[in-house]
Design a protein around this ligand. Structure first.
Ligand SMILES: [Zn+2]
Length: 397
């Protein structure tokens, strides 16, 4: 048994406890939560705060080997062009980078990850990892109806490979509103039975918005350059999210990723469309690629279920949910710190269907406990400049 306390305990549900004793069994399951009493002995006291292990809802582990090789601040289309040209590498180099990225995330207090996969590369690392992975096998056909079936078969082969090699949590997902034909949406829809999480990149760059509003912006030329003209695409005059929700299934959990340009109308429409909508923000990646952040006030006002993603090492300097919290806290300090912890823990666990194990400090759960140290507090504000996050104990998932 382990007895642990801290100055403050953030439970993941938005509560902050003081004078509270957590008792855990050997494997990290929480057995009891009690008021501290003077008779308690053998208590490990954390000099700082405690929160549940972090959930990273958006990553591309298979792009880890491109770390530091793509320029910052170029915008999404040049970024994608760069990734395409730098993606191929020695298989051993790719594997080693994936291994290191997985270890880095675990070291940074992450218990579960939603990971986009276009290839089979990450199977081995995920299978052996301390982290619980939800794999999103992602499909795109450049909006070419004629390519839908062959695209589906190509990526379904990846899905089947993960199925045969014991990656339990997975779904097939569309890449983004601008890159998936109606036929491919239909095939994805037919494939996902039961309750799944469906991730989709959403409203990340002004070019994406322009395409849907009036077919301007860089995408028609970009796709044309690949030999995929967008001749058959008719702009809807609405934001891309509206196009996506007409083609997604509201019965699944839906995770909209990035949302840097999402409007309040879009948030309201998505919430009206499904009660299981989650939003992933990847602040450092947004700064890396587009040098902009979402307006989080719109999401707070609508009580949106926000989650935190790191995106990949191609578009980030590290894979750390804690570093994402620090960045959001720095540039959008109107988001309460306790709310950021909810985004990083409970909401993420729910989005990925891990709410029975991770995300909150509750009896019977095994969330992992992270110590947040060197946070300065003054007049009810938290200052995170020198703050660190590390495991209280390293718990096996
Ligand atoms: Zn992504």
């Amino acid at each position: 048994m382990h007895k642990i306390t801290a100055k403050k305990i953030f439970d993941g549900n938005g509560n902050i406890w003081e004078n509270t004793l957590l008792t855990l069994d050997q494997d990290g399951t929480i057995i009891s939560i009690d008021q501290m009493s003077e008779t308690d002995s053998d208590v490990k006291c954390i000099d700082g705060f405690i929160c549940p292990g972090f959930v990273n809802t958006h990553c591309h582990l298979e792009l880890s080997h491109i770390k530091g090789k793509v320029d910052t601040g170029t915008g999404l289309i040049p970024f994608i062009k760069n990734v395409v040209t730098k993606r191929d590498a020695d298989p051993e180099e790719i594997q080693e980078a994936i291994r290191q990225a997985d270890a880095e995330m675990y070291q940074n207090g992450i218990v579960a990850v939603g990971d986009i996969s276009n290839k089979k590369d990450t199977q081995q690392v995920k299978y052996q990892s301390q982290i619980a992975y939800y794999t999103f096998v992602e499909m795109f056909d450049f909006m070419q109806e004629s390519l839908a079936e062959s695209t589906f078969q190509q990526y379904n082969d990846v899905y089947q490979y993960f199925e045969e090699n014991h990656l339990n949590k997975k779904s097939i997902v569309p890449h983004a509103p601008y890159s998936v034909s109606d036929s491919l949406y239909k095939r994805i829809h037919e494939h996902n039975t039961g309750l799944k999480t469906i991730s989709i990149h959403n409203e990340e760059t002004p070019d994406e918005i322009s395409l849907f509003l009036d077919k301007s912006g860089g995408f028609p030329e970009f796709f044309g350059g690949f030999g995929f003209p967008m001749d058959n695409f008719t702009p809807t005059g609405k934001m891309p999210l509206f196009h996506a929700i007409q083609r997604l299934d509201p019965a699944h959990r839906t995770l909209f990723v990035h949302n840097t340009l999402t409007t309040v109308e879009g948030i309201i429409a998505a919430h009206h469309w499904s009660g299981k909508v989650y939003w992933a923000t990847c602040a450092n990646a947004n700064l890396y690629i587009e040098n902009r952040l979402p307006d989080y006030r719109l999401f707070l006002d609508q009580q949106a279920k926000m989650t935190i993603g790191t995106d990949s090492l191609t578009s980030n300097w590290q894979l750390s949910v804690w570093e994402e919290i620090k960045t959001i806290h720095k540039y959008a300090s109107y988001v309460p710190f306790s709310e950021l912890i909810v985004w990083a823990t409970k909401n993420g666990a729910e989005a990925l269907g891990y709410e029975n194990i991770f995300g909150t400090i509750e009896v019977g759960k095994k969330p992992g406990l992270v110590a947040l140290e060197n946070i300065t507090e003054s007049d009810g504000r938290y200052y995170l400049e020198n703050a660190t996050a590390k495991w209280v104990n390293l718990f096996r998932v």
